[in-house]
Design a protein around this ligand. Sequence first.
Ligand SMILES: Cc1ncc(COP(=O)(O)O)c(C=O)c1O
Length: 485
Amino acid sequence: MEPFVYLDLDGQGARYAQLIRALKGAILDGRVATGARLPASRALARELDLSRNTVLAAYEQLQAEGFLLGRVGSGSFVANVGNTVPQKRASNTLIAPLSAFARRALANTDGRRIPGRQHLDLRYNLQYGLPLTNPLLGSVWRREVSRAAEHVEFDYPDAQGLPALREQICDYLARRRGVPATPEDVLVVSGTQQAFALAARVLLEAGDTVVLEDPHYRGARQSFAAHGAHARGCRVDADGLVPAALPSSARLAVVTPSHQFPTGALLPLARRVELLDWAAERRAWLIEDDYDGEFRYGGRPLAALKSLDRDGRVIYIGSFSKALFPALRLGYMVLPAVLRDAFVAAKWLEDRGCNALEQAALAQFMGDGGFERHLRRAAIALRARRAAMLNGLKKHAAGVVEVVDSNAGMHLTAWLTRANHGDCERLVAHARTRGLGLYTVAPYCLKPPPRPGLVLGYAGLPPADIEAAMRLLGQCLREVGLAGD
Ligand SMILES: Cc1ncc(COP(=O)(O)O)c(C=O)c1O
């Protein structure tokens, strides 16, 4: 598609409504001129990763409102709406000079904000990803950083990661995740997000197919889409990814076998073996995103997929965002030997390595046993929050939601049993007016899920607040007519 104009979808509500707002904004502030021809619906859909029907619905609505003129067979044109302000153009007109990567990046994210974090004014925000708040950790971390500052070297660090930290990571992985790794196999990265970006650079050409579980983690989709990869969804059921639904070929697949994101399923051993065989037969790579593997509250933990990787097809990613806090921006990859040099070279070119001071502090924290102690405390706190949420759902939303109790992580997925997608959007909008932040499963899906669902994060609120939030959820369900009195 010819460069058109940067359209900033704001992530709020239905996607066709987001597109309408973005197009109106561009027309009203003069970024697209009267008479300009809009891209063909198919091309715009591809560019923005929307369905064609979504684009057609937005175009129709804008025609009905007089923003566009349609000429059958020749496309849609911007009408003269009389109140454009062309002088605003200079600052944010993005017509030509951006790269294809930048245009895809802007189309796939809002470019600045963490989605939903603008709702922090809510009384109870159940947004997934809000960290566990632990005031103690602040003082512990300050002490570790100042101790590390006494001995950290001031030259550029090893781009692969400080050896002391890589050793600690190997020790941790062997004990807690069953992953055998040597420090040579480990690359320290600034979070899972950088691991995705490096994987895209090292392993993919634009147009290559990447398999994503459907539903899946949005950060992965956005990163690979910005790189120009073509995302293919793979069905997920109550046991996680369905190997029989994998496509016949792909360059790589991103999987969450320990705790399917966001449904919470634990992939059984037989499916793990099938998945590994699929990758080995196609020489495809498997990215194992083990984002919250350290928090299991019951049941038998399964070792990471990487522990079964005889053919060297699995790229394992761990993150300290959940285990510690996301502001740290530290994570790691365990790489098959054949990929190591290419990934380290990409990391060196990207940023010359992660911040040495934070790495040294973390290595100390892990070496002294402080990290394990923190994990134990965090697991106790999370278990109590999870119990408060489960009890609250039982009490206030029984029969209306079906909860997948995955016994792990920092969130639950609750499927609405008596509602359609529109009802679910209404519930979310209504809850917001009552100070309750709810978030649907829909943004994590390539195809609309068969039932509407909510992803309920419980890390960010103490148990008493979670109880109150569940009571309020019950009220909201009644107020929008999804539960009886
Ligand atoms: C599925 C999944 N993977 C990875 C991460 C961590 O990402 P990062 O390490 O970039 O903070 C998250 C955090 O929310 C996640 O939900």
